[in-house]
Design a protein around this ligand. Structure first.
Ligand code: PMP
Ligand code: GLU
Length: 392
């Protein structure tokens, strides 16, 4: 069988692959602590589930909806934007689709012509580059390091800019580093983007998950000009523990939204109708459960950060948001005789029974990612195993 080049050259999602592998080993009866996926361990809050059940009972979910989502869902998204972004949007600026992941893909398919460049700071979430390539665009990576707390600076962006630069991709709080850009940093980047007419794609999926006095400032909220230049991508997966419901949304320029909606009309038709009703409750309903989950992540972070930082050879900056720790393990690799971080991650899985994600998938050859979207007991046990592994 000869598969299409676009598939043979594509990298499988390393997060999903590591998650599946850890689960398969666990199902075989192996003692594995699974810290791979960025997936909250809580059940979806009760009020949200009840809204979905009610929608089924009321015969509201049997049929297609408009490709870009129910008008009521768009209104809930507008309410969400007013509450958490502080500005008003209208239905023609909004669409909802099958997870933020597909929203991103619809965006790239809508804005990129062959060869158009998207600037992506490294480390980056695993799916960006392959999605850009699928849409025949070219990812251009800007390497960041601990020195700038893994944030891209305007001078780096300027060095990466060419005539073909069309989009700058911002992900704050970041997966995998958990870093959050400050107001000043965003204003500087925003000025640069406006000056050179570069579109901003702002993946805000972790915007509600910030901890310990850190605040998330959406770049789109900083000025009217930036609002017009930015496509906001967000979703319910992380904030409301709804990864399985697959609801993402975009807010931005009506012309772009119409283009993306056309793409949806020819691909998914619409996001699952029952999930749209659940999302209405999540986005516009009571936010108590979301805040409780945020607090739980904060407590986990504050408990395990010092423990992980004390593992020999692991160097890690304390994250400000999201739910990942992204230690630099160069020294740990040297201590254990590894040159390749994926081999090292596999060895930890084999010998210590701790499943992590290799930094290679995020463009970082000396890091690995630990998700703390799981219970404290598991997290503490995993770090204790890492301690023993490094000591052995
Ligand atoms: N962006 C980032 C940075 C993510 O980590 C994820 C992970 N799920 C997504 C987008 C996609 O989210 P969704 O589950 O809504 O597709
Ligand atoms: N975004 C999550 C992660 O990074 C879920 C898996 C995925 O979509 O990549 O683990």
């Amino acid at each position: 069988m000869v598969l299409a080049n676009r598939i043979t050259t594509m990298q499988e999602s390393v997060t999903l692959a590591s998650g599946a592998r850890a689960k398969a080993l666990k199902d075989e009866g192996r003692d594995i602590l699974n810290l791979t996926l960025g997936q909250p361990d809580f059940q979806t809050p009760q009020l949200i589930k009840e809204k979905a059940i009610e929608a089924i009972a009321n015969d509201q979910v049997s049929f297609y909806t408009p490709a870009s989502g129910l008008p009521e869902l768009k209104d809930a998204i507008a309410t969400y934007m007013k509450t958490f972004y502080g500005y008003e949007v209208t239905r023609d600026q909004i669409l909802a689709a099958t997870g933020a992941k597909f929203v991103l893909y619809a965006y790239f398919m809508t804005v990129l012509n062959p060869g158009d460049e998207v600037i992506i700071p490294t480390p980056y979430w695993v799916s960006y580059a392959d999605q850009v390539k699928l849409a025949e665009g070219t990812p251009v990576f800007v390497e960041t390091s601990e020195e700038t707390r893994f944030k891209a600076t305007v001078s780096q962006l300027e060095a990466a800019r060419t005539e073909k630069t069309k989009v700058f991709l911002l992900n704050s709080p970041s997966n995998p580093t958990g870093m959050v850009y400050t107001n000043e940093e965003l204003l500087a980047i925003g000025d640069w983007a406006l000056e050179h007419d570069i579109l901003i794609l702002s993946d805000d999926i972790y915007g509600r998950l910030v901890y310990n006095d850190n605040t998330f400032v959406p770049i789109s909220s900083l000025s009217e000009a930036l609002r017009q230049q930015t496509m906001v991508v967000n979703g319910v997966a992380k904030t409301y523990s709804m990864t399985g419901w697959r609801v993402g949304f975009a807010v931005g320029d009506p012309e772009l939204i119409a283009g993306m909606s056309k793409m949806l009309s020819q691909t998914t038709s619409n996001l699952t109708t029952v999930a749209q009703y659940a999302a209405i409750e999540a986005l516009a309903g009571d936010q108590t459960a979301a805040e409780e989950m945020r607090r739980a992540f904060e407590e986990r972070l504050n408990t395990i950060y010092p423990l992980l930082a004390a593992v020999p050879g692991f160097e890690v900056i304390k994250p400000e948001g999201a739910f990942y720790l992204f230690p630099n393990v160069k020294k740990a690799m040297e201590m254990k005789g590894f040159e390749d971080v994926t081999d090292f991650t596999n060895d930890i899985l084999e010998k210590a029974g701790v499943a992590l994600v290799t930094g290679a998938g995020f463009g970082m050859p000396y890091s690995l990612r630990m998700s703390y979207a799981t219970d404290l007991e598991t997290l503490k046990a995993a770090i204790s195993r890492l301690q023993d592994y490094m000591a052995s």
